[in-house]
Design a binder for this molecule. Structure first.
Ligand code: ATP
Ligand code: MN
Length: 446
């Protein structure tokens, strides 16, 4: 008898076969002469129902004392379940109590607020919601790797420590004493893009997938101080190719989650965000809308909406604007392109109008910006001028410029905030609940 995962037992277990499982009790119901234990091991949404008969040698002494949260090993025979909602249940022949709980175990059957669960981040993955979030993260991560690997992209491991003030994407965490160690100020990376560009100009198709850090003091439901980013970069590619990849990519990853996390998604659909499965199915099937920034501003100006931040050509779009465009105006994901140069990073390809750059943001309902990308400026002279205009020290970026001098080529890429994607597919309102151990201003406990 080898230990099995609850997921496999529930799916493939045949009545009459012997199984052994290990896990934690989600509930323990002690009825007259029988105990019913719901055992979960995190492998799927449902636990396995264990029926404990009084013949067990430790029935009175141990089994009757089991409570929610205890760790157990159960061996026995699978039988057809008379109850509804499950195909099989486990008739215990043996129950070993591996770990008991104190009576202050905080996860009782009632619903807890997500704020409270954040204070017990060591136990919250045992809840339905956070357990499902972790599984969706896992499947989405694999789907991301599969998507790129199947298309010949090379996974490039971008560094976490960097001397570059990368692109001014956000405030950076500076490392104390790094100057003595490295000989110059060193920070935590805000993006692997500049390194991904090196990869694209040697391997044509690369992507990074790793943690990035931003010291921006924004206490919003969409910002973390540490978050994971996916950054593909492609040589011999323009903004249209970039936008096409972003669309194909989002659809593929969402499609895989819908397919492989059906139980978890049914839970989110019922308990977290009604209708989310249908919305996502619709997104997978529908072409994304395209619109230039200039058109988007015209739409917003004519919308008759009373925005908190007034909109006019030249301002950065706020979340309320982004959400109006995608939720109300086009009612589907929207790629906005060609933003004013002033509000975008120095490395974006300058359009001939001398006012806009080949940038794109992918906007989705409920979240707003989920992806930011661009075609990169590969003309050395233009790039140098932009760096000066942005007040950057061109010498510190010597290699970035050098890359263009030696076999430079058009290239493009984007960055997806992985937690924004997980928020989008699960419907979870706060980004702190879709990363296992959130780091935000004032909070780094677990
Ligand atoms: P925002 O305007 O929402 O702060 P940004 O313009 O700073 O985003 P980029 O620098 O383009 O974002 O980063 C690429 C992607 O990384 C974004 O589209 C978003 O999905 C994600 N992202 C950016 N900042 C954060 C953050 N603090 N926490 C989580 N995800 C983030
Ligand atoms: Mn930001």
């Amino acid at each position: 008898m080898t230990s099995e995962r609850v997921h496999d037992v529930l799916r493939n277990g045949e009545p009459g076969s012997s199984v052994e499982i290990r896990g934690w009790l989600r509930t323990a119901r002690h009825a007259k002469g029988l105990s019913f234990l719901d055992v979960s091991d995190g492998s799927c949404m449902n636990g396995l129902q264990v029926v404990a008969p009084p013949e067990l040698p430790n029935f009175e002494r141990e089994v009757r004392a089991l409570t929610t949260g205890c760790a157990v090993r159960v061996g026995g025979e699978l039988v057809e379940s008379p109850g509804k909602g499950q195909r099989v249940e486990l008739r215990a022949a043996e129950i070993e109590v591996i770990g008991t709980t104190g009576d202050d175990y905080p996860l009782q059957k009632k619903r807890h607020s997500f704020e409270f669960l954040r204070t017990i981040a060591h136990l919250r993955p045992r809840t339905n919601t956070i357990g499902a979030v972790w599984r969706v993260r896992n499947v989405a991560s694999r789907a991301i790797h599969d998507f790129f690997q199947q298309r010949g992209f090379l996974w490039l491991h971008a560094p976490i420590l960097t001397a570059a003030d990368a692109e001014g994407a956000g405030e950076m965490f500076e490392l104390a004493d790094s100057e003595a160690f490295f000989g110059r100020p060193t920070r935590l990376t805000v993006s692997g893009q500049l390194e991904a560009e090196i990869g694209a100009l040697s391997h044509t198709h690369v992507y990074t997938f790793g943690p990035t850090f931003r010291a921006e003091n924004s206490n919003t439901s969409r910002h973390l101080s540490e978050f994971w980013m996916v950054e593909p970069e492609m040589a011999f590619c323009d903004l249209d190719g970039d936008a096409a990849l972003a669309e194909e990519f989002l659809k593929a990853v969402i499609g895989t989650v819908l397919e492989e996390c059906a139980d978890d998604m049914a839970f989110f659909n019922e308990r977290i965000e009604k209708g989310i499965v249908e919305t996502l199915e619709h997104i997978v099937e529908t072409p994304f809308e395209r619109m230039s920034y200039t058109e988007a501003v015209a739409v917003l100006e004519q919308s008759g909406q009373d925005f908190e931040y007034p909109v006019r050509w030249g301002v950065d779009l706020q979340s309320e604007h982004e959400r109006y465009l995608t939720e109300e105006h086009v009612k589907r994901p929207l790629v906005v392109t060609d933003y004013p140069a002033e509000i975008k990073a120095f490395y974006m390809y300058a359009n001939a109008d001398d006012k806009t750059v080949r940038a794109m943001d992918v906007l989705v309902p409920r979240i707003g910006e989920i992806i930011g990308g661009s075609q990169r400026e590969h003309r050395v002279d233009v790039l140098e001028r932009r760096m000066v205009a942005h007040g950057l020290d061109a010498e510190a970026y010597w290699w970035y410029l050098d890359l263009r001098r030696h076999g430079g080529a058009p290239h493009a890429g984007f960055g997806l905030g992985f937690e924004r994607l997980i928020q989008f597919v699960t419907g979870m309102a706060n980004i702190r609940d879709v990363i296992p151990f959130p780091r935000v201003p004032g909070s780094v406990e677990f």
